[in-house]
Unconditional design. Structure first.
Length: 169
């Protein structure tokens, strides 16, 4: 290595990389974190813009009152890092969904999580209740969708679910 330096050659190879491995790993991780954050923010902006455009278009055409828009995922994410800081686990105890148009009350925030976003603490809505409410907004009575099979009652909301009247317009 000294001979290379004396000859004016720089070592950009394995030796330099290994000598500075911890620093290089930190730099690479910071760069990836910044890139991932920028990509995530750009994706969120695009999603918000697209969603806003959809809702504005439905409203402009007079279709929002007859169209139910349901946004959400299968469940939330824990508010803390897990797996050695590499991810966030599924969180069925507190997550966000929203409804627009189609008989849902506009501008309503129904329910609340704890200060960490970990668990619902106010106006909890079970998935069966959400499904019953959506079916109600679509003009269907979820109780009338019950059928019997192998000695057990079945329906889209299982054998549970209550319409959440507080979110209806």
């Amino acid at each position: 290595m000294a001979a290379r330096r004396a000859a004016g050659l720089q070592d950009f190879g394995y030796t330099a990389a290994m000598r500075n491995l911890p620093r290089n790993q930190r730099r690479a991780a910071a760069s990836l974190d910044a890139s991932a954050a920028a990509a995530r923010e750009a994706g969120q902006r695009a999603q918000k813009a697209g969603t806003a455009a959809l809702l504005a278009d439905l409203q402009r055409r007079g279709l929002l009152e007859d169209t139910l828009v349901w946004w959400g995922g299968e469940f939330g994410r824990t508010p803390y890092a897990e797996k050695n800081g590499t991810g966030r686990d599924h969180n069925p105890g507190g997550f966000t969904m929203w409804l627009a148009g189609g008989g849902a009350q506009p501008g309503l925030a129904y329910g609340r999580t704890d200060d960490f976003g970990f668990a619902a603490v106010e106006n909890k809505v079970h998935m069966h209740d959400l499904h019953a409410t959506i079916l109600h907004l679509l003009g269907l009575d979820h109780l009338r969708l019950t059928y019997r099979y192998s000695g057990r009652d079945f329906r889209l909301t299982d054998v549970a679910g209550e319409v959440v009247r507080g979110i209806l317009a």
